[in-house]
Design a protein around this ligand. Structure first.
Ligand code: LRH
Ligand code: MN
Length: 388
């Protein structure tokens, strides 16, 4: 049985970064259903994100997305975040909404469009300097819809050249995180479709480049924990965009659609000793709450990741290794399932009480009256969204 003191210490250290865009209105191409009390600015998004940290004690940073979170003074935004008890985390670029990027951004055939895209990415590094953020996360919608539309290899050359220009701008301690996605909005070839392509570009760039695994970005049936094990072994797992899905990039709450998969992924992270902050793996949520109240959904998502991590920390590693060495197929599987089938909610509730938090963060949030306060206060202005 793992040492519970060590398990509790690891859970105390677990940090989950929340996405600013989860608090704004979001939807699908069919409809964006708006909700009352939605933030109207990056400042209000941070206020809402700070609620998640206040009730969970495990979400001390907020990822921002540019230009959705564009402000006049990023140092002031960072100061506002600190005053709210959180920090500005990963800076996400956006080269998927400007009209010039219809046929791509950093992979576009026209060098002027690539220059425009690279200029935006360099602006994001300037913003990191102002907010004190370490990570620049790059996801590119770039791709094609029809065979022959463009030269697949030439697009890789353009991508490599563009990434190198951004990589050269990074300061010490800053990282470029490259996120892959199989498809959407491109439906024939995406220029960074999978972990292999992303890893290849990161290896070519240098040690400050690593891969982000968004759990919604794979073909159905993909063994994501295998990819995680390989990236950890290569020392190039930069982080996760956690969410869950039944079909495509559904961006549902992490662990909601497939809690067993989230456990298997975190088992590989724990096995590699990479759960702690020192390991440099960023645990981020990337979700959209199209029909459910956003702040409680974020709190629930943080709890889901905590629960999966707690189960992974309870895997009896020596027993597992012994069973694996003894080629005891069922025995080894049983060790993992024992941990997965452990109800870790009492352990986490106890830990929250030790941290001076309510054992039931979702209920505590509802009792706080914050939701009613923002619905009453946030009248007028332009509710935040994906701005497309
Ligand atoms: C792309 C993605 C990416 C973000 C966006 C909000 O699907 O996962 O991480 O930029 O969602
Ligand atoms: Mn993502």
């Amino acid at each position: 049985m793992p040492d519970l003191t060590a398990v509790r210490a690891a859970l105390r250290d677990l940090r989950i970064e929340v996405p600013s865009w989860a608090y704004g209105n979001s939807g699908t191409r069919f409809k964006v259903f708006t909700q009352p009390g939605v933030p109207r600015s990056a400042y209000e998004k941070i206020d809402d994100a700070a609620q998640v940290h206040a009730f969970t004690g495990a979400a001390p940073s907020v990822a921002v997305h540019i230009p959705w979170d564009r402000v006049d003074d990023y140092a002031d935004l960072a100061a506002h975040a600190r005053a709210a008890g959180v920090a500005i985390g990963t800076v996400n670029s956006n080269t998927f909404q400007d009209p010039d990027y219809m046929l791509g951004s950093v992979c576009h055939p026209d060098g002027r469009v690539r220059d425009k895209a690279v200029a935006h990415l360099l602006e994001c590094v300037d913003i990191m300097d102002a907010t004190g953020s370490a990570d620049l996360k790059l996801w590119f919608a770039d791709g094609t819809n029809y065979p022959g539309q463009d030269d697949l290899a030439a697009r890789q050359d353009r991508l490599a050249e563009s990434l190198a220009r951004v990589y050269a701008r990074l300061g010490a301690g800053q990282r470029l995180l490259l996120e892959y996605k199989l498809f959407e909005p491109s439906f024939y070839a995406t220029d960074v479709p999978d972990w292999g392509t992303a890893l290849g570009h990161c290896m070519a760039l240098g040690p400050q480049a690593a891969v982000v695994v968004d759990t919604g970005h794979h073909a159905p049936g993909t063994n994501i924990e295998f990819i995680v094990a390989v990236l950890l072994r290569a020392g190039r797992l930069g982080g996760f965009d956690f969410n869950s899905r039944f079909y495509a990039d559904d961006d549902l709450m992490a662990g909601a659609a497939d809690p067993f998969q989230l456990f298997r992924i975190l088992h590989e992270v724990v096995r590699a000793g990479a759960l702690g902050p020192a390991a440099g793996v960023a645990f981020m949520l990337d979700q959209c709450h199209n029909i459910e109240p956003k702040i409680p959904a974020q709190i629930r998502s943080v709890l889901n990741v905590q629960e999966a991590a707690a189960k992974a920390l309870l895997v009896d590693a020596p027993a597992l290794r012994t069973a694996q060495q003894n080629q005891d197929v069922l025995g080894a599987h049983a060790v993992l399932m024992d941990a997965y089938n452990t109800d870790v909610r009492p352990l986490l509730a106890g830990l929250r009480e030790e941290m001076g938090l309510d054992p039931d963060p979702v209920a505590a949030y509802h009792r706080s009256g914050y939701q009613d306060k923002i619905i009453a206060e946030r009248i007028g202005g332009t509710p935040a969204g994906w701005g497309s």
